[in-house]
Design a binder for this molecule. Structure first.
Ligand code: SAM
Length: 287
């Protein structure tokens, strides 16, 4: 049996040339947001009362992980848009296999969101805005489609320490796109708009992975039933490629962190607070 992406027959040496997105597309890597389901739960907790009749949009939904999490944890109508048609097709199949009829996927561009103004209660933009060259226009669109008092949940990855140039160059080569060198403060400013308030933020660091952990993850990606059609040598080449990418990203993420940034559109009051306060580190607890 032959192995194809976009109707092209692939050999193991073709696979050695694929970039990260092409490789994960070939083997259907689930592609989670930073923090996985924990991030989704934190975002949903921050918007209490979301339920039937409310609408959520994820921009850059990729293979559907976050949309499907939100659709299975709420009664909301949850939409995902992504510029990649194959990701949208994959996500739709996953939603119907799971019987989640409140999850909807469409091909769409974050800089021209095909929904009316003030349509969504929550907009989730994880690691997508850094892939969009016209970020200002995309963020304008995120705010446009949000209802008054709606929440923009942005989860950007940023550099906490400056990585060596050779590492940045190698990551850019792997993802096939320029890598923005933004700090958390840069992102906070970028996502804000007049009339919106950053009402919650939390920062996370990535834990270092061993080679054995990366190997085990690669094996679980390759062992998915949807990869049964791949020829053994192509599968092995994809495994080597994934191992290379994840090892490289593990090194890069050692210099990075991610933040959950939640903005509410329209402040209830602009009156200044007199007795301002600051959080005491390590005391926050959900019970
Ligand atoms: C790294 S993945 C993000 C995956 C995941 N949603 C997350 O939370 O991190 C980036 C996704 O953004 C999509 N994307 C890139 N440019 C886009 C655009 N202009 N509009 C919508 N999606 C876009 C890509 O196709 C890809 O699926």
């Amino acid at each position: 049996m032959s192995t194809t992406t976009q109707d092209r027959v692939l050999t193991p040496s073709d696979v050695e040339q694929l970039n990260f997105s092409q490789t994960v597309g070939l083997v259907n890597e689930p592609n989670m947001c930073s923090g996985g389901a924990g991030t989704i739960r934190a975002v949903l907790r921050a918007v209490p009362g979301l339920g039937a009749g409310d609408r959520i949009l994820e921009v850059g939904s990729n293979t559907g992980f976050s949309v499907l999490e939100m659709a299975s944890n709420t009664k909301c109508e949850v939409h995902g848009i992504d510029i990649e048609e194959s990701s949208v097709r994959f996500s739709r199949d996953k939603a119907s296999a799971l019987g989640l009829d409140n999850a909807h996927f469409a091909v769409g561009d974050g800089t021209r969101i095909d929904f009316p103004d003030a349509h969504f209660d929550l907009l989730f933009a994880s690691n997508v805005t850094s892939f969009i060259p016209d970020r200002t226009r995309a963020i304008d669109e995120y705010h446009r489609v949000l209802k008054r008092f709606g929440v923009l949940a942005a989860v950007p990855i940023f550099y906490h320490r400056r990585p060596p140039e050779r590492l940045l160059a190698e990551v850019e080569q792997a993802i096939g796109a320029p890598l923005p060198r933004f700090s958390r403060a840069d992102w906070e400013e970028m996502f804000n708009r007049p009339g919106a308030e950053l009402f919650f933020s939390e920062e996370f660091e990535y834990l270092d992975l061993s080679s054995a952990q990366i190997e085990a993850y690669v094996a679980s990606v390759l062992d998915q039933p949807c990869n049964d059609h791949l020829q053994a040598d192509v599968k092995q080449a994809a495994g080597r490629r994934l191992h290379y990418f994840y090892t490289l990203f593990n090194e890069n993420l050692g210099y990075a962190r991610y933040a959950i940034l939640l903005y509410r559109k329209s402040q209830p009051t602009e009156f200044p607070i007199l007795h301002a306060s600051a959080p005491v580190a390590g005391t926050a607890q959900y019970r």
